[in-house]
Design a protein around this ligand. Structure first.
Ligand SMILES: [Zn+2]
Length: 329
């Protein structure tokens, strides 16, 4: 009789075996999602088409110019698909020299991808000037949660320049493909920041990307510090690259041994200013570089540096024009 009483009751009590089975299913599904869905990177559609309009005036190789903008970052890239990219635009005063170099020396009229790695002046300072002076395809910046949005004039100037040109910024995060041109064997992967994550440090929002052309890869790190470096290693990304732009101007807050070993580069490029106030590059970074026997290029010693890559060979040229608006020479 107890049985019929129970079945009349409103609360349905699941049999113990079913509760256990459901719990097991939840655990198994979460594990599946963690290992096979969460880590299923770069399988979505690329953010942009590799066959869009092309602003590159280069020779069809992958050419990377690490511009000497003093204590700041600006890297111009000619892609083998005819498109081009500018990663950061130095300090406010560097905007005009960068525009002049790109326009007068490299004959650039259009920039397909403008990337502001993160919202610090030494990276986005000259972006407004660049945006005003060229035809721009797309602008890519990290997503910032409300409490991380800066109130600086520099940042507002960039947003104003974007709005004035009727452009919008695309947020990029780790696990996305920016471009995937299988025919030319050209691929651009975004490796950091983690989607929608709040970071204490603005530097850690830096967009980190790897450009691969045939058998060679270049890693661009902005000012990402050790926290996102660890996240990229732990995420299981393939971080291997031949050329590594050392994070944060060679500061010891970046370039953890774990990350640099995962990238396993042959060449290290340090972008920093002569006798800068921060002591960049720090001795910890330099000793790691010498321990790993990396060939090093530095904008403070060699001015603008060009790395030309045909997909196999990488050739460096140094001593190219300075684009440092704060320089006295
Ligand atoms: Zn910086």
């Amino acid at each position: 009789m107890a049985k019929s009483k129970k079945s009349n009751s409103k609360t349905v009590k699941l049999p113990r075996w079913l509760v256990i089975l459901l719990s097991i299913l939840v655990v198994v599904y979460s594990a599946y999602e963690y290992f096979f869905v969460e880590n299923n990177f770069f399988n979505g559609d690329p953010l942009f088409s590799a066959n869009g309009e092309g602003g590159s005036t280069g020779d069809g190789n992958l050419n990377v110019y690490y511009l000497d903008v003093g204590q700041a970052d600006s890297i111009y890239v000619e892609l083998p698909n005819g498109q081009n990219m500018l990663i950061d635009a130095g300090n406010n005063a560097d905007g005009t020299p960068i525009v002049k170099y790109l326009r007068n020396t490299l004959r650039v009229k259009r920039i397909d991808y403008v990337i502001g790695t993160h919202a610090h002046e030494d990276h986005i300072g000259g972006l407004d000037t660049v945006i005003k002076n060229f035809t721009i395809g797309s602008i890519i910046m990290p997503y910032l949660p409300d409490k991380s949005v800066p109130t600086t004039k520099t940042y507002e100037d960039v947003l104003d320049a974007i709005v004035d040109k009727n452009l919008t910024a695309t947020a990029a995060y780790g696990g996305q493909l920016l471009l995937n041109d299988t025919e030319r064997q050209l691929k651009i992967e975004i490796l950091s920041p983690v989607k929608d994550k709040y970071y204490e440090e603005m530097n850690d929002y830096s967009i980190v990307m790897r450009i691969t052309y045939k058998n060679r890869s270049f890693m661009f790190t902005g000012d990402a510090e050790k926290l996102p470096e660890g996240e990229m290693v732990d995420a299981g990304y393939d971080l291997k690259a031949d050329v590594l732009k050392m994070g944060h101007h060679g500061s010891s807050t970046s370039s953890s041994e774990k990350f640099v070993k995962a990238v396993d580069p042959t060449y290290a490029v340090i972008t920093c200013g002569r006798n800068n106030d921060y002591g960049h590059p720090h001795k910890e970074t330099l000793s790691l570089i010498s321990k790993l026997k990396l060939t090093t290029y530095r904008t403070d010693k060699q001015n603008t540096i060009k790395a030309a890559c045909d997909g196999d060979k990488i050739t460096f040229t140094t001593g190219l024009p300075v684009c440092d608006g704060n320089s006295d020479d």
